[in-house]
Design a protein around this ligand. Structure first.
Ligand SMILES: *Cc1c(COP(=O)(O)O)cnc(C)c1O
Length: 435
């Protein structure tokens, strides 16, 4: 190992605290974390010079690949002008243009954009806007939200109170918003909507819930239910936005327009942290008038100009490179490749795919789940690294959602890595204690 690599790992283990990580395992002597130093297109390099396909788009953020010349140039051009100026009391050209451009995808419906910093704050904003809107339109009794079991909407306290993944959120239950969790539309239908402000959902597919797609038509049915009951439809497209599902936005696949649309991860092409909450003019209008009706909420880096430059450039790439048209045959290629993998390997219990997002669930040959402590998914993803594929599992579901620019040849590299890793570990090494 190079001396630089050793030094970085030492400093990390001494001072960094990683998200969703058992730090004891991370800092163990035997654990050598990858130090990622460079990216190009769908590939990443570590500090030892090894190359890996970015199989989960750098935690679901990257859209057009790393170091894209167009996006990089746009950020540089803005950097030469100003890295950050305040959006509190001022505006700037790129924020104005980006807001108009996002709204143009929803002509006449979503016409206002509130910028923030990440997926959690995009959701947080939607929740606060929904509640405050109720207070200012004579519906103050609508104080509750509905979210779906096993859903994930971020980690700030408000967003976390929507979260339905018990292993993450149970310990904070009751400390945020008042939330009712349901499993299905049928359960939702049985609720009395009178106290409900909004219903929040990840459209088409739940990400953190091991990549589980909703039944076709579910989203349109949910929209109809919201229309009947007057409950706000809040779509969390933090993962599904910007082409992942094959359409620019997942909601377009069922011709649904929400009352709030939360965007983050892919908004800047995955280059900078930035988020947007889109809403209807009708909702915005309830915040006009008296001073106390204003929305007193914001973050220091709101509408950061570098983020806006990246987002504009990413949308340019969609147009100039015909990203979505080029994606359709690759989605089919991925589906076919995953089907033949599944046919070849009994350890693949189920493949779940929505557009360019796939989850590959591993189970024991008899169909039962691996014991939780065996951490089979993590062990398997470590084996994938040796074959040049970088990704993370969710429990024992291996996530495969590379950047949209990934070619069919690169997809074949990923599929071959999975094939090889399963063939080498037919029972999957189930020794515990790997981070
Ligand atoms: C990642 C994610 C979030 C949280 O976004 P952050 O930027 O990590 O705060 C919210 N909702 C969904 C569906 C996500 O996938």
């Amino acid at each position: 190992m190079r001396e630089d690599t050793r030094r970085w790992i030492r400093a990390d283990k001494a001072h960094c605290w990683h998200p969703f990580t058992r730090q004891g395992d991370w800092c163990a002597e035997a654990h050598d974390p990858l130090v990622l130093t460079r990216g190009e297109g769908s590939w990443l390099w570590d500090s030892e010079g090894h190359r890996y396909l970015d199989g989960n788009s750098s935690i679901w953020t990257n859209i057009h690949g790393h170091a894209h010349p167009g996006i990089t140039a746009a950020i540089r051009a803005q950097l030469d002008k100003a890295a950050h100026t305040s959006f509190l009391g001022f505006t700037h050209p790129l924020a104005a243009e980006l807001a108009a451009r996002l709204c143009a995808f929803f002509p006449g419906t979503l016409e206002r954009v509130f910028f923030s910093d990440d997926g959690s704050t995009a959701v947080e904003c939607a929740l606060k806007l929904s509640l405050q809107h109720r207070m200012q339109t004579g519906e103050a009794e609508r104080t509750r939200f509905v979210a779906f079991e096993n859903g994930y909407h971020g980690d700030t306290l408000g967003a976390a109170s929507l979260g339905g993944v018990s292993r993450f959120f149970e310990r904070f239950t009751g400390r945020g918003y008042e939330v009712t969790h349901v499993r299905s539309l049928d359960e939702l239908d049985r609720l009395d909507p009178i106290h409900l402000s909004g219903v929040v959902i990840e459209p088409l597919i739940q990400g953190v819930n091991e990549m589980r797609p909703w039944p076709t038509g579910m989203l349109a049915a949910l929209r109809a239910w919201c229309d009947e009951t007057g409950v706000h439809l809040i779509l969390d497209e933090v993962m599904t936005g910007f082409g992942r599902t094959g359409a620019l936005f997942a909601c377009q696949r069922e011709n649904v327009v929400p009352d709030f649309l939360c965007l983050a991860k892919g908004l800047t092409g995955g280059y900078l942290p930035m988020a947007a909450t889109l809403t209807r003019e009708r909702i915005y209008e309830a915040f006009l008038g008296p001073a106390e009706h204003a929305f007193y909420y914001g973050h220091s880096y709101t509408a950061n100009p570098l983020g806006c430059a990246a987002a504009m450039a990413s949308l340019d790439v969609f147009e100039n490179e015909g990203t979505l048209a080029a994606l359709q045959p690759k989605i089919d290629h991925l589906r076919a490749g995953l089907a033949s993998l599944q046919a070849a390997h009994p350890l693949i219990h189920e493949v779940r795919q929505c557009g360019f997002i796939a989850g590959i669930e591993l189970r024991q040959p008899d169909g039962s789940r691996f014991p939780r402590e065996s951490r089979a998914g993590e062990t398997f993803c470590l084996a994938l690294r040796k074959h040049g594929l970088l990704t993370r599992p969710i429990l024992d579901t291996v996530v495969l959602m590379p950047p949209l620019c990934t070619s069919t040849r690169e997809l074949d590299h990923a599929l071959a890595a999975i094939d090889a890793a399963i063939s080498e570990n037919p029972g999957i090494d189930t020794r515990p204690a790997r981070p």
